[in-house]
Ligand binder design. Structure first.
Ligand code: DGY
Length: 317
């Protein structure tokens, strides 16, 4: 039986599945392991089922025991893992694509609706019983006819586009390459970020975090947005320069933000908290029972496939 470390607690049924296949070291208290602790706990292990809260940087990877041959990340994103360092140490890295597309796109739409329709303020007033209906009370932005710019038209971006289109939004996108017309579904392609931003009444950030995308939304690029744009992020906090976005909120260049992901989670930049127009969620993208189950099962399957064949269809490095 292969020996694995599972760094975070999984749903019970998934841990039961893992226990049948591997000699698994579980984290019953769901403690957040430090990097030295991950190194210590992985002694004698053949693989690690990591989560997005594990920062597997080059230093940590280099100190892992040589027996570790795979990091199976319990997420579609793998910005928490230094892929090059893993490759150099001959460690495979896998992710969990597809299974979380729908759940994450749902949250992407919630962010757009919450930010455009002033949900944060509405929830607060309703909870405090501090409101009265009037014709001009909490007037927000209607989505019908509004241009939605999707940054990163992968699986999640395409699903958001599909739902947003049914809400009457007009879809624009920027990607490394133009999609086939079947995948595009009538959306307009922009070959530069600047062009996309200039037509984005609402921006939905859906691209992966990578060296190329860190702080892509910054002081300079924000200026290409129309005045009063709405910025939403369902991907990774690293893509946004928080100070620049908060400054844009202060100046009303940006009308509202809808965020589910942050740099340095869970310690989001406190500048967002002072803005009533910030609709903020605690990284709920994939948080449904169906999806978390499917993600964990896929992360386990990735380990099993890799141990059996030395290959894995969800290998990302
Ligand atoms: C992912 O899989 O990358 C999601 O952000 C997890 O919620």
């Amino acid at each position: 039986m292969k020996k694995i470390l599972i760094t975070r607690r999984l749903l019970k049924a998934c841990e039961e599945k893992a226990a049948k296949i591997f000699e698994a070291n579980f984290n019953d208290n769901d403690e957040l392991y430090s990097q030295p602790k991950v190194i210590e706990m992985s002694q004698g292990c053949d693989g690690i089922l990591t989560s997005l809260t594990d920062k597997m940087d080059a230093e940590t990877i280099n100190k892992l025991p040589d027996s570790v041959k795979i990091l199976s990340n319990f997420a579609v994103g793998f910005g928490n893992i230094d892929l090059e360092a893993a490759k150099k140490k001959n460690i495979a890295v896998t992710n969990t694509p597809d299974v979380l597309t729908d759940a994450t796109a749902e949250i992407g739409i919630l962010l757009i609706l919450g930010a455009c329709r002033r949900a944060s303020e509405g929830i607060q007033h309703a909870r405090e019983s501090n409101w009265k209906w009037s014709a001009d009370y909490l007037i927000g932005k209607q989505l019908t006819g509004t241009r939605l710019g999707i940054l990163g038209m992968g699986r999640i971006g395409q699903k958001i586009a599909k739902i947003a289109k049914s809400l009457g939004m007009i879809i624009h996108y920027h990607n490394r390459s133009k999609l086939s017309s079947e995948k595009e579904q009538g959306a307009t392609y922009h070959d530069s970020l600047k062009n996309l931003l200039s037509v984005s009444d609402v921006l939905s950030i859906c691209c992966p975090a990578s060296k190329e995308t860190v702080d892509l939304i910054n002081k300079d690029t924000i200026e290409h947005l129309p005045k009063g744009a709405v910025v939403t992020n369902v991907a990774r906090g690293d893509i946004v320069d928080d100070e620049a976005l908060i400054d844009a909120l202060d100046r009303r260049k940006v009308y509202a933000v809808g965020l589910d992901v942050y740099k340095n989670e869970p310690n989001l930049n406190p500048g967002y908290l002072k803005h009533k127009s910030a609709f903020i969620l605690p990284h709920l993208g994939s948080a449904t029972k169906e999806t978390r189950t499917a993600m964990a099962n896929l992360a386990i399957d990735n380990l099993e496939e890799f141990f059996k064949t030395g290959k894995c269809k969800n290998k990302v490095n």
